[in-house]
Design a protein around this ligand. Structure first.
Ligand SMILES: C[S@@+](CC[C@H](N)C(=O)[O-])C[C@H]1O[C@@H](n2cnc3c(N)ncnc32)[C@H](O)[C@@H]1O
Length: 170
């Protein structure tokens, strides 16, 4: 789904892109339809180097970026975030969802992914790595989608660690 959207030249916004490893398969291609957002300049530098400036980058907090984008009127066909919502409490999650919806093109798609409660590595992540994440299951992800009037389709990765929530307007 992600690679198809990129290659079909739809407008894509990646929030909290990190090193954007999912784009490593597309090194050398024109990715000017994608904007990759992260608050960490070191991560963005890696994306810039790897893609040799063929991708738009924004160093920003995701919420600030979306607020500014909503005001500018720019819209995206796909907005997604992997590895960020686990840090967001329920209030921040609701705000994020509202802002993503405001920046979505009429037939666009939003995708977010969140660690599930009680997944296999939860003890190690919590006790050893000291990652205090906020875990969510399908019903919580669907509730956030419903809150912004979006239809949700949820699915898990093969290890039952992460729930993905794909949202469309209807
Ligand atoms: C766990 S990494 C995920 C990176 C990548 N999306 C992935 O799935 O591999 C988390 C990334 O989210 C970024 N991040 C966390 N909160 C953010 C926020 N509020 N706004 C922008 N970036 C954020 C961090 O800088 C970091 O690069």
């Amino acid at each position: 789904m992600l690679l198809n959207a990129w290659l079909s030249k739809k407008q894509v916004c990646v929030l909290a892109c990190g090193h954007l490893r999912e784009a490593d398969l597309l090194i050398g291609k024109d990715l000017s339809n994608i904007i990759a957002v992260d608050q960490d300049p070191t991560s963005l530098r890696r994306v810039k180097e790897i893609h040799d400036g063929r991708i738009r980058l924004a160093e920003a907090n995701a919420i600030h970026f979306l607020r500014k984008t909503a005001k500018s009127g720019e819209k995206f066909d796909l907005i997604y975030s992997l590895g960020m919502t686990d840090y967001f409490d329920s209030r921040a999650m609701s705000l994020l969802h509202r802002l993503m919806r405001d920046c979505l093109a009429p037939s666009g798609t939003i995708m977010v992914a969140n660690f599930l409660p009680n997944h296999l590595a939860v003890g190690w992540m919590d006790a050893v790595m000291d990652w205090k994440l906020i875990y969510r299951d399908e019903s919580e992800m669907e509730r956030h989608a419903a809150e912004i009037g979006m239809k949700a389709k949820t699915f898990r990765d093969t290890s039952d660690s992460i729930v993905f929530c794909e949202m469309t307007k209807d």
